[in-house]
Structure formats: C-alpha cells, structure tokens
Ligand binder design. Structure first.
Ligand code: DP6
Length: 313
C-alpha cells in the first residue's frame, strides 16, 4: 500500500512537550500543508519476514530505521498485529534540513502501514497515531490550514480549518541542504527546561494563535505575515537561549533581504524551523517579485497541499 503525505509549515509553531512519551504539546500550533514537498511511502506485509525491512531514499540507515520500527511496533501493539513489513520511503525533501521531512514521512508511514494491516482508520485516529511518531506529523494528515490542539492523548490531534485562500503562497528558499546541528526533539527538551522563558512562550503563542485565526479569516496577508514572523522569532530566541542556533549567516542574509523587500512595498514575511532554510509567506501577486529578488537561491513556490492519501501504482 502506497501513501503520500505532504510537508506542512507552521505559522504558529509547536515547540515543547508536556508529555514526551505521548508527544503532547504545551501549546496549540497552526500550519499550512504545501503541495510541492512530500513523502511517498510503500508498506507491504510479508509473512516470510522475521523483522521489518526498511529502505529510505534508497538506503538502509540504522538511525532512521530505528524510528520507523518503533512506530511500526506501536501500531502493531495497539491493534494486536503480528506481521512484519517491507517499507520503501522516498522523500522529495532534503532530509533533516529543517524542511519538516519528519512530518510528511511519519504521516505517510502511518497511513500506508495502517492500510497495509487492513485497518481503516479515521483521519482523527491517523493524526493521533502520527503524533506519537513526530508531533508535527499529526498536522500532515490534513491539507491546507490545520490546527493541532493541546488536549490529552485522545483530544490532542490536528483538525482542518475552513479557510479557502488560493492566493496564499509559501516560497521555500533553499539556503542549505545539509543536516541540522541538533534534532528538534532534543532542542525542544532543552528549551522547556528554561522555565521562565518557556512559560512566556506558551502564553504568547496562545495570543498569537488567536490573532492568526482572525488574520487568516480576513485573508489579511500583512497581519498573517507579521504574526507568523514574530512567532518564529520568539521560538528562535527561546532556542538560542539554550546555546543551539539553527540560523546560519546565509539565513540572516536572506532575512535582511526580506526586510529590504518590504521597504520596497512587497508583501513578504518569513518563518523558519529547526534548520537554516527560510520560508517566505506571501500571496500570488508578489511571487514573481520575490523569486526575482532571490535569484541566487533555489526557490520552491508552494500552494496548498492535499490531505494524506493512498496513491495507486
Ligand atoms: C520547529 O515534530 O519534528 O518544525 O515531535 O520531537 O518529532 P518531534 O518534533 P517535530 O518538531 C517540529 C518543530 C518545528 C515547528 C512546527 O512544525 O510546529
């Protein structure tokens, strides 16, 4: 069974867990699932296997495989399944470059594996299962805009929000495809330990989320961009207080250029995740101006992606 799930970028970030094992977040997050970056994962039950056989992007990597097996074990134990599987996963995303590849990967794995085991789960259950593997994966079950709520094990799942805004775009600036210095899971844990700053983050992100929902409903790109940028900067300040930084010289240079663009009247705002790449938040009318201005970088112009789904062939 082959499934496809798309990458999502958070406009209001998830950063920090109140329960590590269940991956329950301290605050709700809001994301946009895009169309251009995705993961295709094929899962086939093979009764002859005595352990899972995993290939990710054409190779078998011990560390990546471990996380996949852990997730398969969780699904098997939850639904009392004994079979081992063959997993072949292909990312059209540079792995670990802060392009949220764990989100699309684990959402695709969850959908493909549960279908291969003949389980027909609801999107809510798929979102919950994906969350156990990687928090942000809970949101990649849904296309377009989605909110992942705080809640408990049962209620902390993503849900789609009904906003139809085809002009909304995210442009990925490929600054660096190399691996990031620290995993988001580790950096998150250290951030939570910085209690004073962390509490402030939780408080502010709730305010940011409420404002973001109003701005999205109004299709007000200026407010959406400003709120998202402020929220991302807050997260990165928190991360940098632990001694970890994901921003490189190139990221800072690109950020300066976005400020420059804005002084020229272009509606361009940025967000950044656990990696050096920059995502520019904008609308259709501005796309050509932005892409031209950043002609020294590879750019990927993204529209809304679909819900995770089964692909035939
Ligand atoms: C910066 O979902 O990768 O992209 O739950 O530990 O696997 P784990 O973390 P992960 O964190 C993503 C954090 C972020 C912001 C976001 O996507 O909300």
């Amino acid at each position: 069974m082959k499934a496809r799930a798309y990458v999502n970028f958070a406009l209001i970030k998830y950063w920090g867990k109140k329960n590590e094992k269940l991956r329950l977040p301290f605050q709700a997050s809001l994301s946009f699932t895009i169309d251009k970056l995705f993961t295709d994962t094929k899962v086939t039950v093979n009764k002859k296997l005595i352990k899972d056989k995993i290939t990710i992007n054409g190779i078998s990597d011990e560390r990546l495989n471990k996380r996949v097996i852990q997730h398969l074990n969780l699904i098997r134990s939850k639904y009392n399944i004994k079979d081992y599987v063959e997993v072949t996963s292909v990312n059209n995303v540079p792995t670990s470059a802060g392009l949220a590849s764990s989100a699309s990967s684990f959402a695709a794995l969850t959908l493909a594996a549960t279908k291969a085991f003949n389980l027909n789960l609801s999107k809510e259950e798929l979102s919950r299962l994906s969350r156990y593997a990687s928090g942000s994966a809970s949101r990649s079950i849904f296309g377009n805009f989605a909110i992942w709520d705080i809640g408990d094990d049962k209620t902390s799942i993503a849900r789609p929000i009904d906003i139809n805004w085809p002009e909304f775009k995210i442009i990925v600036l490929m600054i660096d495809k190399s691996k990031k210095p620290a995993s988001s899971t580790d950096a998150m844990k250290e951030s939570v330990e910085n209690k004073l700053l962390y509490d402030e983050w939780v408080k502010q992100s709730k305010i940011d989320l409420d404002k973001m929902l109003i701005a999205l409903n109004n299709k007000d790109i200026k407010s959406v961009g400003e709120i998202a940028e402020k929220n991302a900067n807050h997260m990165h300040d928190l991360i940098e207080s632990t001694g970890i930084t994901y921003k490189t010289k190139e990221s800072l240079k690109a950020i300066d250029k976005i400020h420059e663009l804005r002084t020229k009247g272009v509606l361009a705002y940025y967000t950044m995740d656990a990696g050096p790449n920059i995502k520019i938040i904008t609308i259709d009318s501005e796309v050509n101006k932005i892409v031209d201005y950043f002609n020294e970088y590879e750019t990927i112009v993204c529209s809304k992606g679909k819900d995770a789904h089964i692909v035939l062939n």
